[in-house]
Ligand binder design. Structure first.
Ligand code: HAM
Length: 427
């Protein structure tokens, strides 16, 4: 029979030790920064009821679900994002909890996407959410956590920046331009895709689907394309509805400046976010060169908890994936490969000393040292090569003459220096 081979599924990854070490390096920064800001870690099941996502997450993500019917005829889906699970978990559990709730998680997520740079069919995503606080302070807190997570990994404002907007501000501006309330969702959908669509096509859609005349469509397009905070202020700041929204945005950006993060943040009205549930400030973080897809995306979603059957509670948070971030860190030489900690490699000369090696290893490991040795009898030269390959800092040589004198030779692998140490110090 021909030998069967199994290829890895497209869009999925293996994690051999060096890749797992890199992944852990990223997770380590994510956890450190979460804890620094007082967030607590949680998790949920990777498989959820299909209905948790339908009509809540938005068409794009629902089209990418891995879903099936289980043996109990339940329609289930692998989680494509964490936010609906978080909303479900907090459903009524939140009642006994002090607000605001500060939770974080690093779930493994699954989306059947077209595979491309920065996009796989599984990824890990750092989620940080504040639940139960409607003030802009919560919006400031979560984006600050995201930016500090990136800073902890060695990225600064020259490498990454956050593009921020507010669906309420954009809605107020679009209303001022003459877009009817019922057409706002379609206007948002067009703007969300504006950077990936030829200009003519977007202009055409703003007229035919949103109902703007050509002049207004062009002025909206111009504002979206180049408008910063000052442009929006000078053009629309006097209008009551826009003015209120602008004040909130100014407070948000001002707070981030006070935290020393102002240089990371730019107002950009093209950021709408594809997911259906956002209601307020939204943001995405990109590499400065603008070559990659978003590293991170998030925002305020004040209706989702109620939508999944819980009490109405304001919420804001973000998700940061490990794929685009990992690519960027590697490009910038910030991958920081971590090698295993081997403090001692014990070279055994003569198998009669193997049990002595085990006793030394036991004692040193109990003290927290990393210890390795050959798992079967080997020539001395091979054992030294193995010690080098393992990256051992020191080698303990158990030779017959030294052991007879209750000693061992300790060799420093970097300097090559050797000295004798009494066995009782090692055992
Ligand atoms: P999202 O924008 O769909 O938001 O995903 C957030 C980040 O996850 C993206 O910016 C990207 O880095 C990463 N990501 C998403 N899909 C993939 C993929 N197929 N392959 C690799 N990386 C990917 C959410 O999921 C929201 N639930 C985030 C959130 C939390 N909003 C509030 N709280």
């Amino acid at each position: 029979m021909p030998k069967q081979t199994f290829a890895r599924l497209p869009g999925f990854r293996d994690f051999p030790p060096e890749d797992l070490a890199f992944r852990e390096h990223i997770f380590g920064a994510w956890r450190r920064v979460s804890v620094r800001y007082g967030f607590q870690e949680y998790d949920g099941p990777p498989l959820e009821p299909l209905d948790l996502y339908v009509e809540k997450s938005g068409e794009e993500i629902v089209g990418q679900l891995y879903h099936f019917q289980d043996k109990g005829d339940r329609k289930v889906a692998l989680r494509p994002e964490m936010t609906p699970s978080l909303a479900r978990i907090l459903g009524d559990r939140h009642r006994s909890m002090a607000k605001p709730i500060r939770w974080f998680s690093i779930p493994h997520l699954f989306r059947y996407e077209r595979q491309q740079k920065g996009r796989l069919r599984e990824h890990f995503q750092w989620n940080v959410d504040v639940i139960g606080e409607e003030g802009v302070g919560a919006d400031v807190e979560v984006i600050a956590v995201a930016l500090d997570g990136l800073r902890d990994l060695g990225l600064d404002q020259g490498d990454v920046h956050a593009r921020v907007s507010d669906r309420r501000l954009l809605g107020a501006i679009l209303s001022a331009i003459g877009v009817e309330d019922t057409r706002l969702p379609i206007a948002f959908a067009i703007i969300d895709k504006i950077e990936r669509t030829p200009a003519d096509r977007s202009l055409d859609r703003l007229q035919t689907e949103v109902g703007l005349d050509e002049a207004r469509a062009r002025s909206a397009f111009g504002l979206l394309d180049q408008g910063g905070l000052d442009d929006v202020k000078s053009e629309f700041g006097d209008l009551d509805k826009v003015g209120v929204e602008l004040e909130r945005m100014e407070e948000y950006i001002g707070s981030l400046q006070a935290m020393g993060l102002g240089d990371f943040v730019d107002l950009d009205l093209r950021i709408v976010r594809g997911l259906a549930y956002y209601t307020g400030i939204v943001f995405e973080i990109f590499d400065r060169k603008g070559e990659s897809r978003a590293i991170c995306g998030g925002g305020r979603y004040d209706n989702l908890l109620e939508l999944v059957g819980g009490d109405p509670l304001p919420a804001v948070g973000f998700g940061m994936g490990d794929v685009v971030l990992g690519e960027l860190l590697r490009e910038l030489d910030l991958a920081d490969p971590v090698s295993p900690e081997v403090d001692y490699f014990i070279v055994i000369i003569g198998e009669e000393h193997r049990e002595l090696a085990y006793a030394i290893a036991r004692s040193q490991r109990d003290k927290g040292a990393g210890v390795q040795y050959a798992l079967r009898e080997q020539p001395v030269r091979k054992q030294f090569t193995a010690a080098g390959n393992a990256g051992a800092r020191q080698v303990i040589v158990l030779g017959p003459d030294e052991v007879a004198r209750e000693c061992a030779v300790l060799r420093d692998m970097a300097s090559g220096e050797e000295r004798e140490v009494p066995l009782k110090e090692l055992r």
